[in-house]
Design a binder for this molecule. Sequence first.
Ligand SMILES: C[S@@+](CC[C@H](N)C(=O)[O-])C[C@H]1O[C@@H](n2cnc3c(N)ncnc32)[C@H](O)[C@@H]1O
Length: 270
Amino acid sequence: MLRPFLKWAGGKYRLVGRIRAKLPAGSRLIEPFMGSGAVFLNVDYDAYLLADINADLMGMYQTLQVRGAEFIAYCRTFFTPETNTSERYYALRDEFNTTRDSWHKSALFLYLNRHGYNGLVRYSKIGFNVPFGRYTRPYFPEREMGYFAERAQQATFVCADFRTVMGQAQLGDVVYCDPPYVPLSTTANFTGYAASGFTQDDQRDLVILAKALGEKGIPVLISNHQSEFTETAYQAADVEQFKVQRFISCDGANRNAVGEVLALFGGPGQ
Ligand SMILES: C[S@@+](CC[C@H](N)C(=O)[O-])C[C@H]1O[C@@H](n2cnc3c(N)ncnc32)[C@H](O)[C@@H]1O
């Protein structure tokens, strides 16, 4: 199994086996919520359309796709004892937030991902604002970037909203959607806004699009937490549920088993 080279919240590396087993065959895989690409790296299609709303992420993938080994070597220069200090981290974070050079920005994105707190990706008005992570020796994912760059030759990377990307699906495509999770505590007092910026309206739009593509014969598999919302919204789909052990907070006592859902719209026999 190939590991993504980024740390990514909601990354599906550990669930790839289940996801792969439920993904129908097809000629091209579309991932509108690509993140770290755990699924893309571990499935077998002729071509891939990979998208995410995060422009820094997609810009970095495009740089790696085109410049390969040269880019990996440049990234390595940011993984030294000198660059692993709080002072240098904040200086490089400022550079990331102000530079217009996509080559430099791409390398800094990887640097921030591996040196910032918990691999978080969070932005405010000043731009990327994650604090220094204080790791003894951040891992440079050279091998993982190499594999990724190789597979990236079959892929097209775009920065776009999922609605645009799903609008491009054609017969023969298979779509895997891994949106930001429906918050676990959404019930009566849910206001419609999730901390991730992905609203319940977004979750609803995704289901509408998945149903419409499924009816046209283009299968769409959606991952999510099990919740009241998914129970009703995914009723028309072929649904598989299972438990996943997950750290909900840094406090080890709060380790919970969370219900995970895989909902297939427009699968074989539907
Ligand atoms: C749960 S993560 C995907 C994780 C991915 N499957 C992996 O294994 O790393 C959700 C992703 O959706 C992206 N996203 C959030 N809102 C979006 C939108 N409106 N359209 C497209 N992507 C979006 C986020 O940037 C994030 O990378």
